[in-house]
Design a protein around this ligand. Sequence first.
Ligand code: ASP
Ligand code: MG
Length: 419
Amino acid sequence: MKVFKFGGASVKDAAAFRNLAHIVQHYGGSNQLLIVVSAMGKTTNALEQVFDLAYHQQDHSPALEQSRQYHLQIVQALFPDAASPIYEELEHLFSKLDNTLRHLNKAAGYDQLYDQTVSYGELLASTILHHYLKSQNLNNTWVDSRKYIQTDTTWREAKIDWDWTERLVKRDLPAILNEQLIVTQGFLGGTNNGLTTTLGREGSDFSGAIFAYCLDATEMVIWKDVEGLLNADPKYFTDTIRFKEISYQETVEMAYYGASVIHPKTIKPLANKLIPLYVKSFLNPAGEGTKICDCRYEKLAPAYIVKQNQCLISFSVKDFTFISEKNLGTIFNALSELRLKINLMQNSAISFSVCTDWHEQRIQTLRKTLQDEFVIHYNSGLTLYTIKNYDTESMNNVLAGKSVLLEQRTRTTFQFASK
Ligand code: ASP
Ligand code: MG
């Protein structure tokens, strides 16, 4: 039993859908396959804007119409038969979304309403894919992942109820997979009272891993527009190399430091059941890709991770006493309450510094919360560089010409924040 996950880029236009069907046909194997799909192209970003407009009582119609046209134009290219049921389903989904946007109950709060609306990106993509694969004689069942991936109500970053999820998946899906393919959504979960949740941006990889775990898959494949897991993002570095095989642990660490290839939560469920994860290129599906598994290598090539839009916050005690564990407790509590994740931290005698992602609102709240106790300074617009398995050469190359605000190194990892 396999899980294939296709991200937004692999369904961004009609040609991409055709290519996807080709991959399912040739690489899906004759056996059981569950397909997880994300929203098409940049739809999630677009819907975030649509929702934000509606939430702030501004006219969301033109932005929503633009997204509808984008989907419609792809559907028209894929379904020449105007009588295809997809046309009606597409209109139905868009009018339901429009209706939801027109009747937002603000008492529910921004994040809960976000989940009820932005989730349409995956509902649309999976509905189109379901019909398209069918038209290519790839029989499949559309499964509503919100009925299987059960979560709490941490809106926009819902936590999985693993036992319940596994029970539901095992109850229904194996029987379907004996008959045909399954097409379902990434990114989405559901609560026990029928509300939609989302698992965090780029969370479709994680969805794939949840299904793979619950179904005891023999492998999962993430199809991407790169040849596999590279040691650096080609956006920032030339001469990247592809890892042929790499351990779960190395991959988790890279994801943790900000490598954007795989969602950080993806690895754990797979590693727990020793399910290998392949990262392959949908542009070159015959390529070898990367195998992420339970393996060990003595010497790995340095991996470079760049995390932009960072903020360095420093806290000093007002009366020149030392930073105490009690002070740290206060700071950590405030960070945790505000869901500000620490990417790097360091303390000195009278100050403590953390590097976090830039969330303007939350950082202002943090300042307000702690300003009576600490003098707080911050620097935004920074970049955090991490080199895993660094050596002198790789370190010097990355440091060249940069002004460093904070630096840290362990035996295997070198990190610094710079302007
Ligand atoms: N569509 C969602 C996002 O763009 C989930 C995903 O792509 O993995 O964040
Ligand atoms: Mg996406």
